[in-house]
Design a protein around this ligand. Structure first.
Ligand SMILES: [Zn+2]
Length: 75
C-alpha cells in the first residue's frame, strides 16, 4: 500500500494499492482504499485547493508534480 500526498501542503490524498513498478500516472478507483480528496464534477483537488487530477472513467489521471508518493508497491 502506498500513500499519495499533496506536493503543495503534504496532506494525504489517497491510500492506494499499487501493483508493479514504474511511475504512478493514474489511480484505478477500485484500488483506492482511502480517499481524502475533494471533487468538483470530475476534477480532483486536495483540501488545500491544489488541483491534483481528473477522473477519467475507471481511473483518476494524476498531474505529474502535484503529488508525492510514500511506501512501496507490491512486487
Ligand atoms: Zn494540498
Amino acid at each position: 500500500m502506498i500513500t499519495i500526498t499533496c506536493a503543495a501542503c503534504g496532506r494525504k490524498l489517497f491510500r492506494y494499492q499499487k501493483i508493479g513498478k514504474g511511475k504512478l500516472l493514474h489511480c484505478w478507483k477500485t484500488r483506492i482504499s482511502s480517499d481524502y480528496t475533494v471533487r468538483e464534477d470530475d476534477q480532483v483537488y486536495c483540501p488545500c485547493g491544489r488541483h491534483v487530477g481528473v477522473v477519467e472513467g475507471p481511473w483518476i489521471n494524476l498531474h505529474g508534480g502535484s503529488f508525492a508518493v510514500r511506501g512501496s508497491a507490491l512486487k
